[in-house]
Design a binder for this molecule. Structure first.
Ligand SMILES: Cc1cc2nc3c(=O)[nH]c(=O)nc-3n(C[C@H](O)[C@H](O)[C@H](O)COP(=O)(O)O)c2cc1C
Length: 172
């Protein structure tokens, strides 16, 4: 049986849900990662920055924009160094200004992807898969980067079946 790993980034706190700002106990992408694990079995690795992003939504968008301009690599609480035991690697994260947060790229740069199947998963509020797949192609060299799976963040709490169906089709 194939071995699956989900590497994910997700932010708790204020978020946009259908045009309103609400407080989320668990981020959308974290929920998606758990749905995948529950559907097909997977280890989860959460990318967490040492310096937390502002809980305030607008402030967070500004910090994220600046990081993107600077191509920043915020320090992470822990880095994953070895993915050799896995066949399938899901990279799941929110769309932040059209791609994954810089913290995700900081983790990916530490890993060797040769021979792996990489599955881009992106939660978003309208941008869809955005640059998830094209950017993963740059960071996951020598991997087979599969089609992206995009899911609207505000629909995630009621999308367990949809995510499970995707996971069973591609990772089961
Ligand atoms: C800093 C920031 C930037 C965002 N930029 C975009 C964007 O460019 N396009 C989009 O569709 N959604 C954007 N969003 C919305 C998030 O992608 C969406 O709410 C996502 O599901 C959040 O996932 P999380 O709860 O796992 O962090 C942005 C949200 C934040 C906080």
């Amino acid at each position: 049986m194939a071995k699956n790993l989900v590497i994910f980034f997700s932010r708790r706190g204020q978020n946009y849900v259908n045009g309103d700002i609400v407080e989320l106990e668990k981020g959308n992408t974290e929920l998606v990662a758990e749905y995948i694990r529950d559907a097909v079995g997977a280890d989860l690795f959460e990318i967490e920055t040492v310096k937390e992003y502002p809980a305030d939504y607008i402030e967070c968008t500004e910090v994220a924009k600046q990081e993107q301009r600077d191509n920043a690599r915020p320090k992470l609480k822990a880095y994953l160094h070895d993915i050799s035991e896995y066949d399938n690697i899901v990279i799941a994260g929110p769309c932040w200004w059209g791609t994954y947060p810089c913290a995700v790229f900081g983790q990916l740069e530490k890993l060797h992807f040769r021979g792996k199947h990489v599955f881009p998963v992106m939660t978003h509020e309208g941008s869809g898969e955005a640059k998830s797949r094209s950017d993963l192609k740059k960071f996951c060299t020598h991997a087979k980067v599969e089609k992206a799976f995009a899911i609207q963040g505000s629909a995630v709490p009621r999308s367990e079946e949809k995510v499970a169906a995707w996971a069973k089709k591609h990772l089961g």
